[in-house]
Design a protein around this ligand. Structure first.
Ligand code: SF4
Ligand code: SF4
Length: 246
C-alpha cells in the first residue's frame, strides 16, 4: 500500500496502476476487517444465552443467535437488533465522522505544489448539464464546481492535457467520466490565486478519488489509504445493517 500514487512518468504510472489494483484486491480483506470491528462493537450489548431459558415466546426455533436472525418482537435479541440500529446511527456514526475528519485534517500536513494538473483536468461523473441541474436543486459542490470549471469540447482535447491521468481514469473509473478545465488558468498560473474559490483550496476533496500523478497530495492519499478504505467499508456495512434490521 506504500506509494499508492507516485510521480509523473509513464513507467511510474504503470506501477501506480498496479498499486491501485493491489489496493482493490486488498479491499476484500479491509471489508472483513471492517465487518469484524463492527461485530465486536455490537456484541458488547448482545444478550447472553441464558435469556432464552426465561423466555416466554412459544415455538422459537432460532438456534443461531446472530444479529440478522428473525427474532420475534418481544425477544431480548430483537431489542439487541434495535439497540444496534440506534448505536450505528448515533454514537458509531459520530465515531466514523471523527475518523473522517482526522483523515481530512491530515491533509493539512501536505502542501499544494501548484502543478496546476487539477485546474487543467478536473473530472466529474456528471455532465455539465447535470451539474447545473444539481446546482439548481441546491447541491453546493455542483454549484461551486460549475462556478469554476467549464467542459472540454471533446475527450481528445482533455486527453492531450494529461494523457496518463486521462488513461488512468478511463481504465479505473467504472462510471462515465466528464472532463473540465478552469479558464482562469494562464499557462500553469492561476490568475486569481489569492482569491481562488474554496473548491480549489480544498482539493482533493476525497481520499479515495484518483489524483493526477503530479499532485503532491498523493503522499497524503498513501498515508490514509487503508484508513479511508476501512471507513468506506464501515459506511457500506452500516447501510447493510440498516436495511436488514429495520
Ligand atoms: S481558480 Fe485557480 S486554482 Fe482554481 S481551478 Fe482555476 S486556475 Fe486552478
Ligand atoms: S494537482 Fe495537486 S499539487 Fe497540483 S495544483 Fe492541484 S492540488 Fe496542487
Amino acid at each position: 500500500m506504500d506509494n499508492f500514487f507516485s510521480t509523473n512518468t509513464s513507467q511510474e504510472n504503470n506501477s501506480l496502476n498496479s498499486q491501485y489494483d493491489n489496493l482493490k484486491d486488498n479491499y476484500e480483506k479491509i471489508f472483513i476487517e471492517a465487518a469484524e470491528s463492527i461485530r465486536r462493537e455490537i456484541n458488547q450489548f448482545k444478550p447472553d444465552d441464558s435469556v432464552c431459558k426465561k423466555c416466554t415466546v412459544k415455538d422459537c426455533k432460532i438456534e443461531k443467535k446472530d444479529i440478522f436472525s428473525p427474532y420475534p418482537m418481544n425477544c431480548e435479541y430483537r431489542d439487541w437488533q434495535l439497540k444496534t440500529l440506534t448505536f450505528l446511527a448515533g454514537d458509531y456514526k459520530q465515531k466514523l465522522k471523527a475518523a473522517y475528519k482526522s483523515i481530512m485534517d491530515k491533509k493539512n500536513e501536505y502542501t499544494c505544489s501548484r502543478c496546476a494538473a487539477c485546474c487543467k483536468l478536473a473530472v466529474s461523473e456528471y455532465s455539465y448539464t447535470q451539474l447545473k441541474q444539481r446546482a439548481m436543486r441546491g447541491d453546493k459542490f455542483a454549484s461551486d464546481f460549475v462556478s469554476v470549471f467549464v467542459p472540454y469540447e471533446n475527450e481528445e482535447d482533455a486527453k492531450k492535457v494529461n494523457p496518463e491521468y486521462f488513461e488512468m481514469l478511463n481504465e479505473l473509473v467504472e462510471d462515465k467520466t466528464y472532463y473540465y478545465y478552469c479558464p482562469k488558468l494562464d499557462g500553469n498560473v492561476c490568475t486569481i490565486y489569492e482569491n481562488r474559490p474554496n473548491i480549489c483550496r480544498e482539493y482533493p476533496h476525497n481520499p479515495l478519488k484518483l489524483l493526477p500523478a503530479s499532485c503532491s497530495f498523493n503522499a497524503w492519499k498513501n498515508e490514509v489509504a487503508h484508513q479511508a478504505m476501512l471507513l468506506k467499508a464501515k459506511v457500506d456495512i452500516i447501510e447493510f445493517y440498516k436495511e436488514k434490521l429495520q
